[in-house]
Design a protein around this ligand. Structure first.
Ligand code: AMP
Ligand code: FE
Ligand code: FE
Ligand code: ZN
Length: 288
């Protein structure tokens, strides 16, 4: 009899539908090679990869959890990522917000490329060459163009230099408020989980007031096991989870070759996946 640890899920991965470097089926194959039981595909602000991932998962004998990572920004300008599992992808409230973010991401990236183009040999066409059709455009695609142009070594180097929010080339984009996003995910029948909540190396993190407001709005879980959460923050998160009855997930945030994160480097046990499944009313886990 296999133990729960032998049946892990990776609940946070990205494909070329957003800023990962492998198509949805490629991400599923990577999960199968890693020996996982199942995975969630959680592209930024898009569910366009669900069908391909579900078909590939069935072929590979893996369970597929439809998901998405909703970009949010607090009223003080802090970036928050909210994972949504098993929501209805056609629910209008959430759909309108992610479409608004995606449109804003596009114009924002164009503005950043205009600014960068004044100092570096980079054009919008070069950025588009690194993005799949209808992908959710982000700074990683700009980073890839800068790598091709020989300006920087890799995405990570871009994110610690010319693409940081402190850079003169940086432009922000529209994104919903985190508390509103929690409500919209719930309204869409989904299960909201706070992604890498205290990842201070990514930039400023939110304070406890906003965190508690998200919990009061119905936040269901926190992604404690993620390489960007510092060790001491994990303790805080576990205490908070216990106090408020939130479940805990672990995930890789795999982006293919776009990040060092290895698929399955953190995992979530079957019992937590069962809790997500119980709570969701928007869509279903696809089981082999
Ligand atoms: P954006 O959504 O356009 O603001 O860009 C943020 C995205 O860039 C996140 O979703 C991450 O996946 C990615 N990212 C952030 N930091 C890094 C890094 N150091 N290396 C590679 N990708 C990163
Ligand atoms: Fe990303
Ligand atoms: Fe994220
Ligand atoms: Zn992510």
């Amino acid at each position: 009899m296999a133990s729960l640890e032998d049946m892990p899920f990776d609940l946070h991965t990205h494909s070329t539908i957003s800023d990962g470097t492998e198509p949805p089926a490629g991400v599923v194959r990577a999960a199968a090679r890693a020996g996982l039981t199942g995975l969630a595909l959680t592209d930024h602000d898009s569910t366009a990869g669900w069908a391909e991932a579900a078909a590939a998962a069935t072929e590979q004998g893996l369970a597929f959890v439809p998901g998405m990572e909703v970009s949010c920004v607090s009223d003080t300008g802090i970036s928050v990522h909210l994972l949504s599992y098993l929501h209805d992808p056609t629910a209008p409230g959430l759909l309108e917000e992610i479409e608004r973010s995606r449109t804003s991401r596009l114009t924002r990236a164009q503005r950043m490329v205009e600014r960068l183009g004044e100092d570096y040999p980079i054009t919008w066409e070069m950025v588009m060459d690194h993005a799949a059709t209808d992908a959710t455009i982000g700074r990683p695609h700009i980073a890839d163009a800068l790598v091709t142009a020989g300006v920087i070594r890799d995405r990570s180097a871009a994110f610690t230099s010319i693409l940081t929010p402190r850079s003169r080339y940086y432009v922000g984009h529209y994104a919903p408020d985190p508390v509103d996003a929690v409500r919209l995910v719930l309204e869409a029948g989904g299960v909201p989980v706070f992604a890498h909540p205290l990842a201070s190396m990514r930039g400023r993190v939110i304070g406890m007031d906003l965190f508690r407001d998200m919990i009061d709005a119905g936040l269901a879980g926190v992604e404690v096991f993620h390489r960007d959460n510092p060790e001491e923050a994990r303790r805080t998160l576990r205490l908070l989870a216990r106090e408020h009855g939130l479940f805990i997930t672990g995930s890789s945030d795999y982006h293919g070759a776009g990040k060092p994160n290895r698929i399955g480097e953190n995992t979530t046990p079957d019992e937590v996946v069962a809790r997500i499944e119980e709570q969701a009313t928007g869509s279903a886990i696809v089981r082999p």
